[in-house]
Design a protein around this ligand. Structure first.
Ligand code: GLN
Ligand code: ZN
Length: 755
């Protein structure tokens, strides 16, 4: 009987082979056969890596050409009407990416990760029908090379819980889809004498109600009955599931997967698991961070678990699928050796799971020389790490201790009257969110500079020329508050991270974000301080080119943290405080150099919300405090803006208000004035810039259209409180779209003002 279990393995390839093959296929450079061959080779390699590491439970069907949720949609025949005249792989990719005649299905973030799944659209008229081909063939593929896999499938409750449906309640579809899941298990039961099927049910970590619990019971009671040849494991991750463990344990499933890294609370429910006699898949090695596992701490946790659950019923596992961590440190040749020694990517995590399991089950005596030295070395490294000067910065510590000013001095009412006078903008002031198109020439020039092919002077001149042009364009259009366009930034997090001590970068730490797209988040390993400046000089330069106001642009602490891998030795709240301090220094530099408006973007504010309601107050507290600390240096007359890439503020409006920004721009363009109503309902005081056109599409909205949009906004909030802007940054758009759109926007405002 095996002892080690991996929830899932990344699929994109250690050199992003799948990404490149997909993109070649989409652009017609390779055939589908060639794409499939790449996929086969990758799967084979991934199974072999896991086998070599001594993993007993290795997955199949964790592979996907795009996304597992989409695979499930495909498997169930839940094909939206607009794709029905297509079939096969063409239909599959059209659902993900859109086709000439049909817009793509929506995609959104997978729980609190940066992975995006394709949101199923269910309706009554769908002709659900099982297609198990992918699952069966992937199982057989592995079997052919001697790997007997467990089969990963998105659990029905999670699938439905993440779907969109006409009537709003997707659980109504259980009776239609459960028979298909049963049919699927029937097909799987013919594959072998015994097959393990893993159902992923992370939906449970968000908390449950009676309806969900009774559905949970019903689904797994029925699925467990399909065949005695099938052993069902229900796995959860990212949080605890204390409120559903008992129900799950009452079903006749074989195993239950719990995350003990992000869901420590799970430890409180172990007696229920023990009593049920079920196998416990213990998520011990963090599947979504990049740090070496503290083996002793993991052993402690396992030993604690073993006080309640019989050792022979425990499997050692990753906390979640390794999909959320990069592949291997093997290609990190440029990284500082000390930093690298602290890290562990996917493949290294496989070894950790094996080593921990070996020690836990068979004791230190069972280790061979290599294993023992690996254990000792890890221990050594972690000990040295805890006192490393790379991590600990006395000055930062001292400053935190002496910190006395946590927020701005004046109330919003006092600030805004001064600002209106000093800044002199009128009602319905126009502005943009910060970035202007990142042209291919701009990207190419930046790349040349990074590679050392052009000098810093030449690069800087290029950026200046971009800013000159950007300012001129905005002046010509007649926008009120200008931006510099962010040409110096590759990315709104990475740019700042590069200017901060305590931040590190990898060369191959890619993680899949959606489809073929991967991100390479920077990582925070130590105390944060500014190396030099955060680049305020570019804003000051832009301001020198115009008599109009130029708005400075920074990225807020929550967003910096959310889009980075972060250290685990101090709480996120403290990291946020450190980032806030450097931002407040930068804001001070900006205002000392004549900048009167600064925007602190918190694009990721909402996605940072905890999965569990009980953790929300704590998050909101530090998220708001760190924002207020970031802008605490702003003088009364310096106007602080923030921007959030959301439109739904109903649940968090009070928190947004508590951030106390003078102006917030938001993403309401696609929802008219509906979502703005909450601002009125709660008597929101500060100024608001609801996006009046959708920048996610190349479409140029007409003057009329934007006028209507503005008039609709005016039905909700007074013109004094409103700013007019697009709904997000323009960096992904082309100038041909941006210029006419902004012209129309300004014209629309003019016409409305004329009323
Ligand atoms: N200032 C950033 C930009 O305009 C904000 C982007 C974002 O919120 N995602 O690009
Ligand atoms: Zn945005």
């Amino acid at each position: 009987m095996g002892k080690t279990y991996i929830i899932g393995f990344p699929r994109i390839g250690e050199k992003r082979e799948l990404k490149f093959a997909l993109e070649d296929f989409w652009s017609g450079k390779i055939s589908f056969d060639e794409l499939e061959n790449t996929a086969k080779a990758l799967k084979k390699r991934h199974w072999e890596y896991q086998k070599k590491a001594g993993i007993d439970f290795i997955s199949s069907n964790d592979f996907s050409f795009y996304d597992n949720m989409l695979d499930t949609t495909f498997m169930l025949g839940a094909i939206p009407e607009r794709f029905r005249d297509l079939n096969g792989i063409e239909q599959y990719f059209a659902m993900a990416r859109g086709s000439r005649d049909a817009v793509a299905m929506e995609m959104t973030k997978w729980f609190n990760t940066n992975y995006h799944y394709i949101v199923p659209e269910l309706n009554e008229n769908m002709d659900f029908k099982l297609d198990a081909t992918k699952i069966i063939s992937e199982y057989n593929e592995a079997k052919e090379i001697g790997v007997k896999t467990k089969i990963n499938i998105i659990g029905l409750l999670t699938y439905l819980g993440l779907s969109k449906c006409d009537n709003g309640n997707c659980y109504d579809f259980i009776d239609k889809l459960l028979p298909l899941y049963e049919e699927l298990l029937g097909a799987i039961s013919t594959l072998d004498d015994e097959v393990v099927v893993q159902f992923d049910e992370p939906i449970l970590v968000r908390g449950v109600n009676d309806i969900l619990l009774s559905n949970l019971k019903k689904v797994y009671d029925r699925l467990a009955l399909v065949s005695t040849k099938i052993k069902i494991a229900v796995v959860t991750y990212f949080e605890h599931i204390n409120d559903s463990i008992a129900t799950l344990c009452q079903t006749p499933i074989w195993a239950i997967g719990l995350d003990f890294v992000h869901g420590k609370e799970n430890l409180k429910s172990l007696d229920i698991v023990a009593k049920s006699g079920k196998t416990l898949i213990a998520g011990i090695v963090n599947g979504r961070n990049i740090w070496k596992n503290d083996i002793d701490a993991s052993l402690d946790t396992l030993n604690t678990i073993a006080k309640t659950v019989k050792k022979e019923n425990i499997l050692v596992s990753t906390s979640c699928s390794l999909l959320h961590s990069p592949y291997t440190l093997a290609y990190e040749q440029k990284m500082d050796d000390e930093l690298k020694s602290w890290m562990s990517y996917g493949i290294e995590k496989l070894d950790e799971v094996s080593l921990i399991a070996k020690i836990f089950f068979a004791g230190f005596d069972s280790l061979n020389g290599d294993e023992l030295s690996k254990y000792n070395e890890t221990k050594d490294i972690l000990l040295r790490k805890s006192t490393s000067t790379k991590i600990n910065n006395r000055d930062v510590e001292q400053r935190l201790k002496e910190l006395k000013k946590f927020e701005r001095d004046d109330s919003f009412e006092d600030r805004i009257s001064v600002q209106r006078e000093v800044l002199g903008y009128g009602d319905l002031a126009t502005t943009t969110i910060g970035s202007f198109p990142q042209t291919s020439e701009l990207r190419a020039t930046r790349l040349k500079f990074k590679k050392g092919e052009i000098s810093e002077d030449i690069y800087n001149d290029y950026i200046k020329a971009y800013i000159d042009e950007c300012i001129k364009i905005q002046e010509d259009i007649g926008i009120d508050v200008l931006v510099h366009g962010e040409p110096e930034r590759n990315d709104m997090v990475e740019f700042f991270a590069e200017r901060l001590n305590g931040y590190g970068f990898s060369s191959n730490g890619w993680v899949q974000s959606y489809g073929s797209r991967c991100v390479k988040p920077p990582f925070i390993y130590g105390d944060i301080s500014r190396k030099g400046t955060l680049g305020y000089e570019w804003i000051v330069y832009a301001q020198s080119k115009t008599d109009k106001l130029v708005k400075g642009m920074l990225t807020g602490p929550v967003t910096m943290i959310n889009w980075s891998f972060v250290r685990e030795d101090i709480p996120r709240s403290l990291i946020a405080t450190q980032i806030a301090l450097v931002l407040s220094d930068e804001i001070d530099d900006l205002q000392k150099n004549g900048i009167k408006i600064v925007q602190v973007d918190e694009a990721a504010f909402k996605e940072g919300y905890p999965l569990r309601e009980q953790n929300i107050p704590e998050y909101e507290k530090w998220a708001v405090e760190s924002f207020k600390l970031s802008v605490s240096s702003a003088r009364k007359e310096t106007q602080i803006h923030t921007h959030m890439c959301y439109s739904e503020f109903n649940d968090i409006i009070k928190t947004i208000e508590a951030m106390d920004a003078d102006v917030i721009s938001i993403e309401t363009a696609r929802s008219g004035n509906e979502l703005l109503k909450i601002f009125k309902e709660v008597g929101y005081k500060q100024e608001v810039g609801p996006g009046i056109y959708d920048i996610h599409s190349p479409r140029v909205p007409s003057v009329e259209e934007m006028k209507d949009q503005i008039l609709a906004l005016l039905e909700v909030l007074p013109k004094k409180q409103l700013w007019i802007n697009p709904d997000c940054g323009l960096k992904t758009r082309k100038y041909e779209e941006v210029i006419p759109s902004l012209k129309n926007m300004v014209q629309a405002v003019k016409e409305v003002r004329g009323y």
